[in-house]
Design a protein around this ligand. Sequence first.
Ligand SMILES: C[S@@+](CC[C@H](N)C(=O)[O-])C[C@H]1O[C@@H](n2cnc3c(N)ncnc32)[C@H](O)[C@@H]1O
Ligand code: SF4
Length: 375
Amino acid sequence: MSGAARHLYVHLPFCAHRCGYCDFVTLVGRRQGHGAYVDGLLAELELERALLADPVETVFLGGGTPTFTEPAALGRLLRALPPAAEVTVEANPESVTPALAQMLREGGVTRISLGAQSFQPRLLSLLERRAGPADVRAAVHTLRGACFDNISLDLVYGIPGQTPAELARDLVEALALEPEHLSCYELEAKPGTRFTHRYGSELERQAEALEGYFEQVVETLTGAGYRWYETASFCRRAEDAAGRDLRARHNLGYWLGREYLGLGIGAVSTVGGLRWRNAPRLAGYLEALATGETPPREVEELPALVREQERLLLGLRLDRGIELAGVRGALDRGALARLEGGGLARISLEAGSERLELTHRGRFLGGGVAAELIA
Ligand SMILES: C[S@@+](CC[C@H](N)C(=O)[O-])C[C@H]1O[C@@H](n2cnc3c(N)ncnc32)[C@H](O)[C@@H]1O
Ligand code: SF4
């Protein structure tokens, strides 16, 4: 019997070095021994396989730097994972070679999420990135050469000292590569990182300017014909013969509050009213799985109301909002009336069901408006 989780996340934590602003679960300085970690992932997959739907809809290999994983280990992992309509791999530009691109294609990967971050050498070095602008462009060309027709670029904005003109240049450079998808994140000062220690007060000072940067991103990308379908995500509109929907299907699963299984250190799963997060320690993860045990993890129950609240907060990130029926219990009706009156939220009728969504103006205020709607 198959389970309910249609989305599978696989965490590959290895990185060549640690970028100062990053607080993801990463392991640096290990260029070898990745095969043992893949053994662990596949053992965890076997333990949890009954939770997965058949077929799985999406697989996402995130990191860390999945493309830094030893090719033999990465290839073996890809061959062993369940096939899915969308299989995304996060890639760092400097690690993309023709051989890697070919291996990913042969391993069933359909979509690449490439961490560009910026095209300005000064800002990239401030972020402690290894790849320069030429590496980003070369990676896209290499991926196109291997027939990848679904490439997403990640950009960050609000980098200390970044000017609006530099952001404009980043957007022009990114658009010139004609990606199917773009994710544009406001740079967050993650507690405890080197970056926050060094630039935290500068980031606080420029916080007010960020709203303007966000508007600049949205106006430029929608002006170039992209659909602003989620707070930080943009996709080309369906324009090919197949009429493809180029939204990130895996992330849509999260935003729609669907169940997902996560494998690997630090990975989170939400299945059957429970949420668990694997401990971030490699040794404990491998030891447990080598003896057939589930890895050390924190498990919490997710009451129905909490799930509704999460669905409300996440669903309102989407341009199409959410079905009202699924979030009624979490919704503050008085707040909704106020926000409707203020032109920030609206209810629309689609195919006989009511949907709640933020207006264009409401979407710029984003999380604050959504939080107000929670009862
Ligand atoms: C798992 S991370 C890194 C993936 C890949 N290793 C890379 O470096 O491009 C995925 C994305 O999160 C974003 N990100 C990481 N740290 C961030 C931060 N402090 N603030 C905002 N976005 C961040 C970056 O755009 C990055 O591409
Ligand atoms: S930003 Fe990417 S490459 Fe840099 S440390 Fe984080 S996961 Fe690794």
